[in-house]
Ligand binder design. Structure first.
Ligand code: ZN
Ligand code: ZN
Length: 348
């Protein structure tokens, strides 16, 4: 089969390459990929701004059907529609793994980052990481379960957003738009979403359509003023940073209320960044980092998607065959797509 691979270390170095068809060992499942979504992480790896272990097939956001199973797999049957957590390589025995936090195990080599991923006709995974796709969800929608789990982990499990709380989300990319929907499902209000001029055509209008109470194009409006206007001059209860832009990070302590929470989700792609430290200190702000997603995040994400409290379809704006992966990377990199999907030629 041919997969979209990062073939070495450096900028670019992504190409379609022939690799042997994988066969499942004990406890493993071979999944025929129906749809795989491009993630900001794939773009960061393309640009050499994120850890990765080449050569490997990229892609960790996908849905598919079970094509073959190794020994000891009892919980599934051939043809089951599944999605998968991405914590491949986790040891299973350290205290993090044992406490339900395998996503942050030191041995983890995530799918599509440290293990062959889903930008290929088939992907091999441990059955223990899989979840069945609820009836009523298409495979395209289910391909966004992973970023939905990221949003659940940030908004619900880390930032602990409560009903009636004001939330600001910086960055209207896929993660920002999913955080918006999870915050709404949690009863937050008002919700402010901000973006740059580049997001003015597609992503900010999508934020409005998906229920943001206030949408701010920072090229036209002052974000701090807008947030103060809807929070009685106090600042937001919760600020979620989903852009990874240093300019957005520098604004965080000015947007949050005293004793409010700041939750960083976006990857910056550089080793250090400016942050108004004392302002955050004097406000007594709680500063959090939300990385990856837990098993529990996936359970909640699947329920929210099945209940249509989170809509994936409005985010799926570009769909191309796997062979034309380059178009999809470019569309998403330039913000022309909210989310671009790759479809392998022989997907069912
Ligand atoms: Zn992702
Ligand atoms: Zn572990």
């Amino acid at each position: 089969m041919r997969g979209v691979m990062k073939v070495g270390r450096g900028v670019g170095l992504v190409e379609l390459r022939e690799i042997p068809d994988p066969t499942p060992g004990p406890g493993q499942v071979l999944i025929r990929v129906s749809a795989a979504a491009i993630c900001g992480t794939d773009l960061h790896i393309y640009h050499d701004e994120h850890p990765y272990w080449p050569p490997l097939v990229l892609g960790h956001e996908f849905a598919g059907t079970i094509a073959a199973m190794g020994e000891e797999v009892k919980e599934y049957v051939l043809g089951d529609r599944v999605v998968s957590e991405t914590s491949t390589g986790s040891c299973g025995v350290c205290s993090l793994c044992q406490s339900g936090n395998r996503h942050i195990c030191a041995d983890k080599r995530a799918l599509g980052i440290g293990r062959d991923g889903a930008f290929a006709p088939y992907v091999l995974l441990p059955a223990a990481l899989l979840h069945r796709i609820p009836n009523g969800l298409t495979v395209q929608e289910a391909a966004l379960c992973e970023p939905t789990a990221i949003a659940v982990h940030a908004v619900v499990e880390r930032a602990r957003v409560q009903p009636g709380e004001s939330v600001v989300i910086l960055g209207p990319g896929p993660i920002g738009l999913l955080c918006l929907q999870v915050a709404r499902a949690s009863g937050a209000r008002p919700i402010v979403v901000s973006g740059t001029a580049a997001s003015g055509a597609i992503r900010l209008p999508a934020a409005r359509a998906l229920g943001a109470d206030v949408v701010v194009n920072i090229a036209e409006d002052n974000l701090v003023d807008q947030v103060m206007a809807v929070t009685d001059g106090l600042g937001a209860d919760v600020v979620i940073e989903a852009s990874g832009a240093p300019a957005a990070i520098a604004l965080l302590p000015r947007l949050v209320r005293r004793l409010g929470r700041i939750c960083q989700v976006g990857v910056v792609g550089r080793p250090t960044v400016d942050f108004p430290w004392d302002l955050a200190l004097f406000k007594g702000a709680e500063v959090q980092f939300s990385f990856s997603s837990r098993h529990t995040s996936w359970l909640t994400a699947l329920r929210l998607l099945a209940a249509r409290q989170v809509l994936a379809k409005p985010l799926l704006t570009v769909e191309v065959p796997l062979e034309r992966w380059h178009e999809a990377f470019e569309a998403q990199d330039r913000g022309r797509a909210v989310k671009a999907l790759l479809i392998p030629a022989d997907s069912g």
